[in-house]
Design a protein around this ligand. Structure first.
Ligand code: ADP
Ligand code: MG
Length: 331
């Protein structure tokens, strides 16, 4: 359904020169620097999937979404979506996608939301009965009624995002591209949007590609994630696999009856100490919590309580961003 082959986007940026007369000289010849914003990225997404497309700031997420939407032309490689090449068949492609950029509304600023919807209805030639049905459906879940008569500039960020999401779906696209759809939203609105996206996906088989910084979005929405870093694909696979393969470390925290010196253990290392609590990190592929506990008990210091901490997905993913991941890219 979506196939990206060796997708690459290079931007040329002018680099300001330094030194005396730099500004003067740059009038005549500028230096250009190439930035490979998206670098040789390949993936395939099937109908009905919800895929999280994540990476640190500047990784190339928005650039990818823009190429998939037909807004930007790839420098190298190609995208084919349901047989269409987005930037070449823009009009036809526009009918099959809905796009929401969290940072920027695609609605008319000074026009009441409902008028924007009607304009889109006419642009996309949505039959009146379908239009009415969709407005009703979206109103239910997104609570459009509370602001549908207001111009977009008067809306709160959360209202604006809900309006944008509804607008992107009025023409019943098969694919939905969301670029940071929950950025800056409060928890309740976030959950609302997540639920809506899930429903659209399960009821209408809409394929969703979503970029986000929010790990809760990911955990709620996506079983599959693609991670890019500095333009390159570094992981493509399940969230479950990330947790399983990279979330190997556990921390056993023991609370002692009285102050005790630090203990050296063969398969675990002390990573945390607070009053009478000590935390020992261990690799659960190499040893078990029971063994660490046994070794700790064998020291003879009386333990009154234990707990085991697991790293959360956010920690693990941050680790992958920092280059802690060197395995092969799995599917
Ligand atoms: N129009 C542009 N001209 C020059 N550089 C750009 C342009 N758009 C994006 N970039 C650069 O490409 C890289 C990727 O940007 P972007 O795709 O917006 O990242 P993300 O959405 O992951 O934060 C960044 O280094 C950014 O500065
Ligand atoms: Mg972006």
């Amino acid at each position: 359904m979506i196939t990206a082959h060796y997708l690459t986007k290079t931007f040329e940026t002018r680099v300001p020169k330094e030194g005396r007369f730099a500004a003067f000289r740059s009038l005549f010849h500028s230096e250009y620097k190439e930035k490979r914003a998206v670098d040789d990225v390949s993936f395939q997404i099937d109908e009905g999937e919800i895929v999280g497309y994540i990476g640190p700031n500047g990784a190339g997420k928005s650039t990818t979404i823009k190429m998939l939407s037909g807004i930007l032309v790839p420098t190298e490689g190609e995208v084919v979506i349901n047989g269409l090449v987005p930037h070449k068949q823009r009009k036809q492609h526009a009918l099959q996608i809905g796009v929401v950029f969290g940072q920027k509304t695609s609605l008319w600023w000074d026009v009441p939301v409902i008028e924007s919807f009607k304009l889109l209805r006419d642009m996309y030639k949505v039959p009146e009965d379908r239009y009415q049905r969709n407005i009703e459906l979206f109103s239910d879940i997104l609570g459009l009624q509370e602001f549908i008569d207001k111009p977009v500039r008067q809306l709160s960020l959360g209202q604006r995002m809900r309006a944008d999401l509804a607008a992107a779906l009025l023409h019943e696209p098969k694919l939905l591209f969301l670029d940071e759809p929950t950025i800056g939203l409060d928890v309740v609105t976030k959950e609302n949007l997540q639920q809506f996206i899930k429903e659209i996906n399960s009821l209408h088989k809409v394929t969703v590609l979503v970029t986000t910084h929010d790990m809760h979005d990911l955990e709620k929405l996506c079983s599959r994630v693609i991670i890019i870093n500095d333009g390159r694909l570094v992981y493509d696979g399940s969230l479950e696999n990330i947790r399983h393969q990279y979330g190997r470390e556990r921390i056993l925290v023991a609370e002692f009856e009285r102050d005790v010196p630090d203990v050296e253990l063969p398969w675990a290392r002390l990573v945390y100490r607070e009053k009478r609590k000590q935390g020992y990190a261990f690799d659960r592929f190499e040893t078990t919590a029971a063994d660490v506990l046994a070794a700790l008990s064998a020291t003879g210091y009386p333990i009154i309580d234990i707990s085991i901490d697991e790293p959360d997905i956010e920690d693990i993913i941050r680790h992958i961003y920092r280059g802690g991941y060197h395995g092969e890219v799995s599917a």
